[in-house]
Design a protein around this ligand. Structure first.
Ligand code: HEM
Length: 480
């Protein structure tokens, strides 16, 4: 400073210093104001944070909040998430700056050791998505069955055999290890969330639930990796016989990877998880709905009889012709989607929506599915109308969007846009085949007078795990 004063000389150095300080202050004030405008959304586009915290009953006041505020930030079990109204669906659905994979990594804490069981072993290079797209294109008298556990049992075995291949799915030990590992994963994710984000990188090393998860993940690798290695070795043999050609999840991933490195074990685990949880939820809800609607089951049986293949099992075109079944499935999912905040993403960059709403980089964003019960979109929206989407199919302009596999801005059951569910074609085909057998070979009815309870869990609404149904084998009915 002395040098500076000398250089400008005499009394004027005080004026010069003053001017300099004012300049710096001015720049500082302008910078702070700009930063404030950029960081805090002031003005009409500010996004309020609402008090709709997670309770044991999920988010009980979410419907009211969605009516009160157009856009709001919800504090969830997985951190804050900006909830957008359905008007934005078309705008965000194909925006690659809003990433589903990043949301999943965030929600399941996949950056921590052991939690890779929830991370496709492919690093955003689409191996899993491409693999799915290319590959999947006796009891007599009434019996009480526990709905959820019975469906879980069936779905886990079917998905394992189709997705994970014969060598793994035929081993009871593998299925048991995988389901135990995924259960341990769910517990560890919930335990870790109770800690402040800043401490998680440290505490995950010590929490007993996280240590258990790591042990389970090692166990899954111990059983799965030798089998994958064996298959790869067989592939390398030039004389691979035709009976060694596989058509399952592992094979589809190997083909789409085209030699790129990826974690095949964890990818299989994620495929298994994605397929089983969602499909079991859909089938459980569907049976719960059907148990109270004998007339719908009767109509579905008639439809099956008209399209029943005479021989050689079910073909894709036969399943397409099950239009009433398709409509009932879509209606069941409309009233109870797998989760009630969908299109969940993390903004990889700051995104400005068309009306100026700003989604800051790194924030979570999603759409509340309450609009799927909006009377301006659906007539008598809270009523279960088995024929709703069948009738819509015959309405000009709705032939495509009313099909179960077709996501649209009015039905987000499989998501929507470039990141929508790639497994839905496979899921719908499989659920239809299972339903054909169930409705044709069994009678079902509620086991009590109160209907089946739903239990809220975060963004999910699950069938009460204790809920039961009465099931009776129909006589002399068998389908191919
Ligand atoms: C009834 C069954 C199913 C339902 C309801 C369902 C639902 C969903 C939903 C809502 C999404 C998010 C889409 C979005 O936010 O835009 C999704 C993504 C995904 N689903 Fe499914 N799904 C089902 C079955 C399956 C099956 C059987 C598989 C594979 C075996 C699968 C694999 C995936 C994958 C890999 C993604 C992530 C897509 C991406 O990251 O781009 N799903 N699913």
């Amino acid at each position: 400073m002395t040098m500076y004063r000398r250089a400008i000389g005499g009394d004027s150095f005080y004026d010069g210093d003053h001017f300099h300080i004012l300049q710096i202050l001015g720049v500082l004030v302008v910078t702070v104001v700009i930063l404030y405008i950029l960081r805090c959304d002031i003005g009409p586009k500010a996004i309020p944070t609402v008090d709709a915290r997670l309770s044991p009953d999920g988010y009980p006041n979410l419907i009211e909040k969605a009516k009160e505020y157009r856009i709001f930030t919800l504090n969830t079990y997985a951190g804050p998430i900006i909830i957008l109204p359905p008007e934005y669906i078309d705008e965000i659905r194909n925006d690659r700056r809003l990433s589903l994979a990043a949301w999943n990594n965030h929600e399941f804490s996949t950056r921590y050791a052991g939690f890779e069981v929830f991370r496709p072993g492919t690093t955003g290079d689409g191996i899993l998505q491409d693999a799915i797209k290319s590959g999947l294109s006796r009891i007599i008298g009434w019996h009480k069955v526990t709905l959820k556990s019975s469906i879980d049992f069936i779905i886990q075995r079917v998905v394992a055999s189709v997705v994970c291949g014969p060598e793994l799915s035929s081993r009871a030990e593998w299925l048991e290890t995988v389901t135990t590992c995924l259960e341990a994963g769910g517990i560890a994710v919930n335990e870790l969330r109770k800690w402040p984000p800043a401490l998680r990188p440290l505490v995950h090393w010590f929490l007993p639930s996280c240590r258990r998860l790591r042990a389970q993940a090692r166990q899954v690798r111990r059983i799965t990796e030798p089998i994958i290695a064996e298959r790869r070795a067989r592939h390398l043999k030039p004389d691979s016989s035709p009976q060694l050609q596989y058509n399952d999840g592992l094979e589809w991933m190997e083909r789409s990877a085209m030699g790129r490195p990826y974690d095949a074990t964890m990818s299989l685990l994620v495929l298994f998880l994605l397929g089983t949880e969602t499909m079991a939820d859909l089938l459980t809800q569907m049976l719960s709905d059907l148990s109270e609607r004998a007339e719908v089951v009767e109509a579905m049986r008639l439809e099956v009889l008209t399209v029943l293949p005479r021989q050689n099992g079910w073909r894709t075109q036969d399943l397409h012709r099950l239009r009433l079944m398709d409509s009932v499935l879509k209606e069941s999912q409309r009233l109870k989607p797998f989760e009630f905040v969908l299109l969940r993403r993390i903004a990889l960059d700051t995104v400005r929506l068309s009306d100026g709403t700003r989604i800051p980089k790194g924030s979570g964003v999603g759409v509340f599915t309450g609009f799927m019960c909006d009377p301006t979109i659906y007539l008598n929206p809270t009523q279960f109308d088995a024929f709703r989407f069948l009738n819509l199919r015959n309405t000009p302009g709705y032939a495509h969007s009313s099909q179960f596999v077709s996501p649209s801005a009015s039905h987000l059951g499989f998501g929507y846009g470039s990141q929508s569910c790639p497994g839905r074609f496979f899921a719908v085909a499989l659920v239809k085949i299972l339903l054909v057998h169930i409705v044709m070979e069994y009678d079902i009815k509620p086991s009590g007078s109160e209907g089946i309870k739903l239990v809220k869990d975060g963004f999910r609404v699950n069938t009460d795990p204790e809920a039961t149904l009465l099931v009776r084998r129909r006589q002399d009915v068998a389908v191919p």
